[in-house]
Design a protein around this ligand. Structure first.
Ligand code: NAD
Length: 289
């Protein structure tokens, strides 16, 4: 039987646990905050029900999926897992501490993956005595829906680890893409400069947020405009990733737009605070600022 452990039961962790359990894995879902585990279980249940309503999952499947997910607060639940996917808060100190513990608690053959968006896989791996078995497994939000998993090889990640994780991603119904460990990997290195440039366009009065998003949706066939996407990701998260690109690649082309900094300083972080480039009066409702 395949056993995985997911560390962190927030936005990404609940989706990752859902997908593994849906594909027959037993999943230990670990979070240091008990309330996060309760919320994750409720979210997974609601998302499974939605899949049933849409006809993409048999009506009798959710009970089995939920029964395979084992929530808990103790990290030693990773002991029986062949793969651990860490999806805890995007904070280097938090991740380094988790990986030091995972290295002690997980079996010697266990692969330790991280879902980080911007922290160096190589630096995380260096906290363990098994850097060849540490890898990035970057799922996209919402995990049960999005097909891509960016697989990131750290400096020491072995071919065997990469092959195993690519195979697992395929078995989960995802499309894995391999990348090497440089700041932002592929996804954020290409996405964030586009978002940043859109913010510069707003700042310089080139066009309104709605006009910019319309150009990119109707002109470039993007399903979502860059500013609506930035609001969805969180402007604080976008700023943090741009800082990683700017610092890590040492090129001023990644400098965050001053307007992005100003909005973050003002607490206008996007959808989660009700205001970013758009206003979100009611959940899901959007109007130009
Ligand atoms: P989140 O804040 O929703 O959830 C993080 C969870 O980690 C929280 O429930 C928190 O209690 C828990 N946690 C913190 N420290 C812990 C510890 N020591 N042990 C166990 N649990 C701990 O965050 P998220 O948005 O789910 O992001 C998680 C990771 O996924 C981050 O590395 C982020 O960069 C990455 N990521 C996020 C997205 C996204 O769209 N949200 C997309 C791709 C990747």
């Amino acid at each position: 039987m395949s056993r995985a452990a997911v560390i962190g039961a927030g936005t990404m962790g609940n989706g990752i646990a859902h997908v593994f359990a849906q594909h027959g894995w037993e999943v230990a879902l670990v979070d240091s905050v008990p309330a996060a585990l309760e919320k994750a279980t409720a979210t997974i249940r609601a998302n499974l029900d939605r899949q049933v309503k849409k006809g993409s999952l048999p009506a009798d499947a959710p009970a089995g999926v939920l029964a395979r997910i084992h929530p808990g607060t103790a990290l030693d639940a990773v002991a029986g897992a062949s793969l651990v996917v860490e999806a805890a808060s995007e904070n280097p100190a938090v991740k380094f501490a988790i990986f030091e513990q995972l290295d002690r608690l997980a079996g010697p053959a266990t692969i330790l993956a991280t879902n980080t968006s911007s922290i160096s896989i190589t630096e995380i791996a260096a906290r363990t005595r098994r850097p060849e078995q540490v890898i990035g497994m970057h799922f996209m939000n919402p995990v049960p829906v999005m097909q891509l998993v960016e697989i990131i090889r750290g400096h020491a990640t072995s071919d065997a680890t990469t092959a195993s994780v690519m195979e697992t991603a395929r078995a989960l119904g995802k499309v894995p893409v391999e990348a090497n460990d440089y700041p932002g990997f592929v996804s954020n290195r290409v996405l964030m400069p586009m978002i940043n440039e859109a913010v510069f366009c707003v700042m310089e009065g080139v066009a309104t947020p709605e006009a910019i998003d319309t150009v990119m949706k109707l002109g470039m066939a993007h399903p979502m405009g860059p500013l609506a996407l930035a609001d969805f990701i969180g402007l604080d998260v976008c700023l943090a990733i741009l800082e990683v690109l700017h610092r890590g690649l040492g090129d001023d082309k990644y400098r965050p737009a001053p307007l992005l900094r100003r909005m973050v300083a003002a607490g206008d972080l996007g959808k989660k605070t009700g205001r970013g480039f758009y206003e979100y009066a009611v959940k899901g409702e959007k109007g130009e600022r």
